[in-house]
Design a protein around this ligand. Structure first.
Ligand code: ZN
Ligand code: MN
Length: 490
């Protein structure tokens, strides 16, 4: 049996979060869409005599996405009609783009591998059909009809479901960074389709028969559906069957793909230039201005964080995963720099930055997950967070006290130094006082002292615990350890 390999290309639709729909002035707001057919007008329901007016913001959003993925932006572009009859497209055709898309020939790297982007174009979304159980009719809701939809097509550069999933996640991150969509798959903002074929090792990677898989509604299912489909095709070929070119749907209950229909080809859609919308022409000046509007992207931000703040690869990766989190970090850093320059904080920058990242990526993340909040909802201002980090780094409190303060300001906000005073959490930095307590603990626990001296290491932990308990956790653990060790060796 030959070894089979897979070739995968992705087609991804993303709903853009513009203020209004693609060709009319209906609001583009999912919240308004709860009641069927409440957010519609003559244009998006294709009443006779109405004309589409393109949404400038949507065009700009797609071009920004193109720039973010190193695409070539076409200066001469247009809309086309894609003809197909389906009850959820009121016009009987979809306004889309065919041979002159807004963007083409880009790339996006996942884990160091470059994935080619064939094109990114703009079109309108369809309405939604529902088939009530136990009835012989279907219902149509046009609220979604005419919502701006970005379609991105990749080169067949993926070899595994995992790579395809990573790409979709990267794309979501970029959409969020540049603010064009929340790209939430569960909410249908982002819909991924995979084109999958398999071939025996050693022949042309495009020689297999392509099968399209639709209805994938989570990142996890992107990977699962592709993995299932690769297995299915290999098994079919190995048992002598032929692969049929078709569209299959992902069944997320049974975890299988199911045949839906035999795929249309471009010729079936009878594309032609949209006669109701003139071609769109862009000059260098427009494109240059757009480039200036593009915010710093996750990959660049990560590199800069590593260089500028001396962070590790994975620390930086986690920080830039969300734009708001990265911003919060940088705001805290600038507060810390101010505190250093006015002498309020004494510790070295490297130490401060490390602590800032560590607490953000662990403690704060833990609180965010528990309360299901986003970093943008947080009650801890970057100033207060910087204050806490400074106090901790300078040894005025120990890490267990820092966690108590953090929990308090996470819940109620407020000034860390005030809370430290109120809760009497300041670290005991008076060695005389600490020595008295250590002496007392040693005197009260002669048995443990003997155990330690006879080589039982655990006795030390017990004694240390007693010291921390007696000082209500305020002893500097390092000083306490040293002092205990000294006294025990005497
Ligand atoms: Zn409308
Ligand atoms: Mn499409």
């Amino acid at each position: 049996m030959p070894k089979y390999l897979a070739t995968i290309g992705m087609e991804i639709h993303v709903e853009l979060k513009t203020k209004s729909k693609m060709f009319c002035s209906c609001k583009n707001d999912m919240e308004l869409d709860k009641k069927p057919n409440s957010n519609i007008c003559e244009v998006c329901t294709a009443q006779p005599g109405t004309l589409p007016v393109p949404n400038k913001e949507a065009i700009k959003f797609v071009q920004l996405a193109g720039l973010a993925m190193n695409c070539n932006l076409l200066k001469d572009t247009k809309f086309d009609r894609k003809n197909y009859f389906y009850p959820d497209i009121p016009k009987g055709y979809q306004i889309s783009q065919y041979d002159q898309p807004l963007c083409e020939k880009g790339e996006l790297a996942i884990n160091g591998k470059k994935v080619g982007i064939t094109r990114i174009h703009l079109e309108e979304d369809t309405g939604k059909l529902t088939h009530p159980k136990g009835t012989s009719y279907s219902l149509v809701d046009f609220n979604r009809a005419g919502v701006p939809l970005m379609e991105l097509v990749t080169e067949p550069d993926f070899e595994t479901g995992e790579e395809a999933r990573e790409f979709c996640q990267k794309l979501q991150q970029i959409c969020r960074y540049i603010g064009i969509s929340d790209a939430d798959m569960e909410k249908g903002h982002m819909r991924c389709e995979a084109n999958i074929s398999v071939y025996p090792e050693g022949v042309d990677k495009l020689s297999g028969t392509k099968v399209e898989v639709k209805n994938i509604n989570s990142f996890r299912f992107v990977q699962k559906a592709i993995e299932f489909e690769i297995e299915r095709q290999i098994e079919a070929l190995e048992s002598g069957e032929k692969i049929i070119q078709e569209t299959r749907g992902w069944d997320s209950v049974k975890n299988i793909t199911v045949s839906q229909r035999v795929k249309e080809t471009a010729a079936d859609y009878r594309y032609f230039p949209e006669p109701d919308i003139p071609p769109m022409l862009f000059d260098d000046n427009y494109i240059e201005n757009l480039k200036r509007e593009l915010p710093e992207l996750p990959a660049n931000k990560k590199e800069r964080f590593i260089k500028e703040y001396g962070l590790g690869e994975s620390e930086a990766e986690l920080l830039v995963s969300e734009r708001d989190l990265a911003n919060y970090f940088e705001e805290t850093v600038s507060e810390l720099e101010e505190k250093i320059s006015c002498g309020e904080v004494k510790s070295a920058k490297e130490k401060l930055f490390k602590l800032t990242v560590n607490y953000l990526n662990t403690e704060i993340r833990k609180h965010l997950v528990e309360s299901q909040e986003k970093i943008s909802d947080i009650k801890i201002t970057p100033e207060n967070y910087a204050e806490l980090i400074g106090i901790l780094a300078d040894g005025k409190i120990n890490s267990s006290a820092a966690q108590v303060v953090l929990e308090e300001i996470y819940k109620n906000g407020g000034d860390p130094s005030q809370i430290i005073e109120e809760k009497n959490l300041a670290q005991m930095n008076d060695d005389g006082e600490l020595e008295k307590i250590v002496d007392k603990i040693l005197a009260d626990n002669q048995a443990s002292v003997d155990d330690y001296k006879s080589g039982k290491e655990n006795a030390f932990k017990f004694l240390m615990g007693q010291v921390m308990k007696e000082t209500k956790g305020k002893a500097n653990p390092q000083s306490a350890t040293e002092m205990l060790k000294n006294k025990l060796s005497q």
